[in-house]
Design a protein around this ligand. Structure first.
Ligand code: GLY
Length: 369
C-alpha cells in the first residue's frame, strides 16, 4: 500500500476524504492554504438537495441520492467520534412554483423521480398552506420532497476535520501549494508555504483551485468559480420548518432559529456582496414568505462554487501523473456530495474498484452541458 497521502484542500470534500482514508490506515496530511472550511464549505446553506437540484435523471442523480442516504449514519458516527452534531434536519423540502409553466416543469420532475422510487408529491396551493401556513397566497403549488434534507455546513466541516484529526490525520493550515514536481509520470514532491511534502499519493480537493493544481502537475482540468451571495436573518418567531426552494431564492431554516437566504449565481471574481444581490434575494424571499420582512438582519457573505463545463464533478485518478487524484467540481452540491465523495475516493485510493465513479473520471472529454 502507498501509505502517505496528501489531500490538498481543507473543505468538506478534503476533510471527508481524509477521514475515510484514516479509517483505512493511510497516513494522511491535509494541506489547506487558508483555514479549514474557510471558503465554499462555510458559505453553503447546507442543503442536501439530491432531488431539488436535479433537472433530469442520470449518474449525477444516482450519486446525489447515494450520498444523501449516507447522512443519517454519518451524523451518528461523527457525533460518536467527535461530540459534534451536524444538525441534520429531515423535515423535507418544498420546491415552489409561482407560474403554471414552472408548475408543469416540476410535475414532470416528480414523474421521473417517482419512477426512481423517490417521494415527490405535487401539492396544490391549499395543501401547501396546510403544510407551511406562512407561505404566500400567490404561489401556484409546489413539489414536496420529504427525502431532501439539510445540515449545518459549518458544523459538518468542523466535525469531518475533527474526525480526521482524531483518526490521525495532520491538518496543516496556511499551507499554500506553490509548485508540484513531477518525475517519471508521478508527483514526487509538493513545495508549499508549510514546507516540502513527498507523498505517495496526492488528492486535489481544493474546489475552484483544482484547475490550477492540475496545471502545476502538467495536466488540464477545466474548473471555473461561480459566485454565490447569501444572507442570514432572524425571524421574530419560527415561520416554517421545511426548506423552501423558490424560483429565485431558497430559505433554509437552521437549528438555531436563523434562516439562510441564498443564493445568487454570478461569474464574478469579486468576493464582496452587492446591494443588488441582497435586494433581489430579499424581494424573492418576501415573495415566498411575506412575514420574513419583520425578521432581523444578521449578515451577508459570498462564496465560490467550483463549476465544470458539463456540470458533473471530477472524481477519480488522472491518467497522468499516475498518483494524482481529483475530487472537485461539485458546483452546487459540495455539502450533499461530501459523504459519497469521501468514502468512494478513499476506496479508490485503496485500490478498490468503484464503478459509480466512472462517469466522473477527471480526464473525460468535457463539453458544455
Ligand atoms: N446548493 C445551493 C447553492 O449552491 O446555492
Amino acid at each position: 500500500m502507498n501509505d502517505d497521502v496528501v489531500v490538498i484542500g481543507g473543505g468538506v470534500i478534503g476533510c471527508s476524504i481524509a477521514w475515510h482514508l484514516t479509517k483505512k490506515g493511510f497516513r494522511v496530511t491535509v494541506l489547506e492554504q487558508d483555514r479549514i472550511g474557510a471558503h465554499a464549505s462555510s458559505a453553503a446553506a447546507g442543503m442536501l438537495g439530491a432531488q431539488v437540484e436535479m433537472a433530469y435523471p442520470g449518474p449525477m442523480v444516482d450519486l446525489c441520492l447515494a450520498s444523501r442516504a449516507m447522512f443519517p449514519a454519518m451524523r451518528e458516527q461523527l457525533l460518536a467520534e467527535t461530540g459534534l452534531d451536524i444538525e441534520l434536519n429531515r423535515a423535507g423540502l418544498l420546491r415552489l412554483a409561482d407560474t403554471e409553466e414552472e408548475a408543469s416543469l416540476l410535475q414532470e420532475r416528480a414523474r421521473w423521480q417517482q419512477q426512481l422510487g423517490e417521494r415527490a408529491e405535487w401539492l396544490e396551493k391549499r395543501e401547501l398552506k396546510d403544510l407551511e401556513p406562512s407561505l404566500s397566497e400567490e404561489l401556484s403549488g409546489g413539489l414536496f420532497l420529504p427525502g431532501d434534507s439539510q445540515v449545518s455546513a459549518l458544523r459538518l466541516v468542523r466535525a469531518l476535520a475533527q474526525a480526521a484529526r482524531l483518526g490521525g490525520a495532520q491538518l496543516v493550515e496556511g499551507a499554500k501549494v506553490n509548485s508540484i514536481r513531477v518525475e517519471g509520470g508521478r508527483v514526487v514532491s509538493l513545495d508549499t508555504a508549510a514546507g516540502i511534502y513527498r507523498p505517495d499519493q496526492v488528492v486535489a480537493a481544493a474546489g475552484s483551485l483544482n484547475g490550477l493544481l492540475v496545471r502545476m502537475a502538467g495536466g488540464a482540468l477545466p474548473v471555473f468559480p461561480v459566485k454565490g451571495e447569501s444572507f442570514a436573518l432572524q425571524p421574530r418567531k419560527p415561520l416554517f420548518t421545511r426548506t423552501l426552494f423558490g424560483p429565485n431564492c431558497y430559505l433554509v431554516p437552521k437549528a438555531d432559529g436563523q434562516v439562510i437566504v441564498g443564493a445568487t449565481e454570478k461569474r464574478d471574481m469579486d468576493p464582496g456582496v452587492t446591494l443588488g444581490a441582497v435586494h433581489s434575494l430579499v424581494r424573492a424571499a418576501v415573495k415566498l414568505v411575506p412575514e420574513l420582512e419583520e425578521g432581523e438582519w444578521l449578515r451577508a457573505w459570498s462564496g465560490f462554487r467550483p463549476a465544470t463545463p458539463d456540470g458533473l464533478p471530477y472524481l477519480g485518478a488522472m491518467s497522468s501523473p499516475g498518483n494524482l487524484y481529483v475530487a472537485g467540481g461539485h458546483f452546487r452540491n459540495g455539502i450533499l456530495l461530501s459523504a459519497v465523495t469521501g468514502k468512494s475516493m478513499a476506496d479508490l485510493i485503496a485500490g478498490e474498484s468503484v464503478p459509480m465513479l466512472e462517469p466522473f473520471a477527471p480526464d473525460r472529454p468535457v463539453s458544455s452541458a
